[in-house]
Design a protein around this ligand. Structure first.
Ligand code: ADP
Ligand code: MG
Ligand code: MG
Length: 248
């Protein structure tokens, strides 16, 4: 029933062990937040799950199958997509052209069997669907580089889910956003992840508590607690290690 299952996962860089035996389960269909202080290893954990880094030891399972050490594009093909803190959009292409590139990745090898015309029809339909999902229909023909900050972040998420993910990893999707933009992004993420599984790194506790069904707390490469927002809020160890630093 866990769609993502991490077992005694470890990652060393030279002498330092950054991920120190993480056990973590994410249930199918839940919105799961990963919180913890800066440098705890949250992004590293995402890099491991999405295949950018190879684990030093331990296992990563997606839908019950081990994906540890698998290349990123093969993991994407199995239905897991992520956004990056670095920008992955093409600024001199239009919003539509950007999303069309993402939509083209959706059907993989099966596409080779389609005729050119039916390929175009399917891709155009998928692109329109993506445009609507990330609420950029009005900005369809703008250069991606001319979008506002929050629109660009929305487009990045569209690029990430374009290939057809049912598990989505978002690393600090609200970083650098105003209150208003944060609210916009919160609703967008809620819509996009309807019926899917979300694992999100986020520092804004108001966002975390309103968006997520479960929270795991990573401190110095170890998961010190995992539970419902209520359980996490009332966990003394968590308050001491993390929540105490943050106006919740
Ligand atoms: P978080 O996302 O929780 O802020 P990171 O995963 O980015 O934390 O980093 C966790 C720790 O791992 C930091 O101390 C960072 O310096 C270290 N780290 C991350 N990537 C590497 C790397 N490629 N080589 C060496 N150390 C790294
Ligand atoms: Mg950080
Ligand atoms: Mg990070």
């Amino acid at each position: 029933k866990d769609i993502i299952q991490l077992t005694d996962l470890r990652k060393r860089f030279g002498e330092s062990e950054i991920i120190r035996g993480v056990d973590l389960g994410v249930k199918r269909g839940e919105r799961h937040a990963l919180i913890g202080p800066n440098g705890a290893g949250k992004s590293t954990l995402f890099h491991l799950i999405s295949g950018l880094y190879k684990p030093s030891s331990g296992d990563i399972r997606l839908n019950g199958d081990s994906i540890a050490g698998l290349a990123p594009h093969l993991i994407t093909r199995r239905g897991l997509s992520r956004s990056f803190q670095i920008t992955t959009i093409f600024p001199r292409l239009s919003v539509y052209e950007n999303l069309r590139i993402a939509a083209m990745a959706r059907h993989g090898r099966r596409y080779a069997l389609f005729s050119l015309a039916s390929k175009a029809t399917v891709i155009n339909r998928d692109t329109d669907e993506l445009l609507e999902l990330v609420r950029l229909t009005q900005a369809r023909d703008k250069f991606a580089g001319d979008l506002t900050y929050s629109e660009q972040r929305a487009l990045e998420i569209g690029m990430a889910i374009g290939p057809g993910a049912d598990v989505i990893l978002l690393d600090e999707p609200m970083a650098g956003m105003s209150r208003e933009e944060t609210h916009y992004m919160l609703n967008l993420i809620r819509d996009i992840t309807q019926g899917k599984t979300l694992l999100v790194v986020e520092h804004d506790m108001e966002v975390v508590f309103s968006l997520c069904d479960r929270i795991s707390v990573l401190v110095y490469g170890e998961v010190i607690a995992s539970g419902t927002p209520e359980e996490i809020r009332s966990n003394g160890r968590v308050q001491e290690a993390y929540l105490g630093e943050v106006p919740a």
